[in-house]
Write a protein that binds this ligand. Structure first.
Ligand code: AMP
Ligand code: MG
Length: 418
């Protein structure tokens, strides 16, 4: 039997290379940047005011002074008149600095005087450069905006848009075809006949795929016949996936046809028993450049196998230089017994303790058919092959796949004091 680490290394050896594509800026959110992006021009493009106020010469305003107002410059406008000694121009936030001016005094530090021509009393002193955002002060032309591998969140998208970039090179979302197998499966919403269950794995897998940044393509459920299974794989391959995943039918049962179907499609197939719980059967092969994963059918095994073996491959194919789930130390509040011989991934519901550390509890029965143990969990405690479980109070390395437990029910967020 392979160790988890060996199985993972073999899967990753065949990660498809990331594909570059260009998308419009409006579709860039959540994508991974495929090239370094440099600033095409100056940011900001010209000197402008950081305040609503008056643009003037700092030399004029070493103390309190009365200045004649030349004009009003709004954002989107341009000052036409040079600011000469004894004058100033009313200026709005974001408007270009007029010629001659080298400082801005904010409106709150001024007082308009009655009469024409318009005059304003300014409370100095004004330092040269005050309340001015200089051209290129954020980025100069050619300076780096974002590096390859950056995840484009709302802030990053805003930065690129602000620099005038409308087309963004990103790594293509890997296309992942998903096949369910099993005569017992019917869709949720359909009544159950004798012996039937509602199929859940394809939906769960599609969810994990989309959450990991892939493009899930649900290719339906194969019946438990060799011809039906071969047929389903053919259909899945015809959508030109980057990865293909099946679930169920990889065990040693009389109606498990995935391995045979691979053989009749000419897929070079490795069949591994991985020394882990849940879910030791894992079939792995590839047709041409398309890696194929035959995941187990039990809902928990299926999802845990996906997270261990498929997700890193998917993230690599997405150009992510850090494809693994984060591991944090969790103090467990309950105990768990385990037999040595296989690694075990125990589902934990997590919460933040008072001091900001992470506490966890097992999510009930850890049977590999218990979808609830996965649905209620935020992470997987990693118990090594020799481990015999854990007692309350122990600290365990835990892979986190859901951070929602870190959100707070009540503000205020504790600020650093002093
Ligand atoms: P198998 O590996 O096909 O023998 O399936 C193992 C167990 O997982 C059986 O109890 C199946 O009914 C169940 N199972 C297989 N596929 C699915 C699925 N897509 N959704 C829910 N349960 C499944
Ligand atoms: Mg089956």
């Amino acid at each position: 039997m392979l160790s988890v680490e060996e199985a993972r290394a073999r899967c990753e050896a065949v990660s498809p290379a990331p594909r570059l594509e260009e998308v419009g800026i409006e579709a860039a959110l959540g994508r991974v940047l495929a090239r370094d992006l440099d600033c095409p021009g100056s940011l900001p493009p010209w000197d402008n005011s950081a305040m609503d106020g008056f643009a003037l010469r700092a030399l004029d305003a070493s103390g309190e002074v009365v200045l004649r107002v030349l004009e009003t410059i709004q954002a989107g406008g341009v000052g036409r008149l040079e600011v000469l000694p004894g004058t100033c121009s009313r200026i709005m936030t974001g408007a270009p600095l007029p010629p001659g001016a080298d400082a801005v005094v904010m409106r709150e530090d001024t007082e308009l005087l009655p009469g024409t021509p318009e005059q304003v009393r300014v409370r100095g002193p004004a330092a040269p450069g005050q309340h001015i955002r200089r051209a290129g002060s954020e980025r100069r032309p050619g300076e780096r905006l974002l590096s390859v591998g950056s995840l484009l969140g709302p802030g990053a998208v805003g930065l690129l848009a602000g620099a005038g970039i409308d087309r963004v090179p990103v790594w293509a979302r890997p296309r992942v075809a998903v096949i369910g197998t099993g005569d017992e499966l019917v869709a949720p919403g359909s009544p159950l006949g004798p012996g039937q269950i509602h199929g859940s794995n394809s939906l769960a897998l599609c969810g994990w795929i989309e959450q990991a940044g892939g493009l899930a393509i649900d290719c339906g459920v194969a019946p438990d016949t060799l011809a039906g299974t071969v047929d389903a794989f053919g259909r899945a391959l015809s959508v030109q996936p980057d990865l293909l995943i099946s679930t169920g039918g990889v065990s040693v049962g009389d109606f498990d046809f995935v391995k045979e179907a691979f053989a009749s499609l000419g897929v070079g197939l490795d069949f591994w028993k991985v020394r882990m719980k849940p879910g030791k059967p894992l079939a792995f092969g590839h047709i041409g450049a398309v890696p194929i994963f035959g995941l187990p059918g039990n809902p928990v095994s299926c999802q845990v196998n996906f997270l261990q073996f498929v997700r890193p491959v998917l993230r690599r194919a997405l150009g992510d230089p850090r494809p693994y789930l984060p591991v944090v130390q969790v103090r467990v509040l309950d105990g768990f017994h385990k037999n040595p011989g296989r690694a075990e991934l125990v589902r934990l519901a997590l919460r933040l303790a008072e001091d900001g550390s992470v506490e966890g509890r097992t999510t009930g029965d850890q049977g590999s058919g218990q979808g609830s143990s996965m649905a209620w969990a935020h992470g997987l405690a990693l118990l090594g092959v020799e481990s015999q479980g854990f007692a309350p109070g122990e600290r365990l390395p835990t892979q986190v796949f859901d951070w929602s437990f870190t959100a707070r029910e009540a503000d205020p967020t504790p600020w650093r004091a002093g």
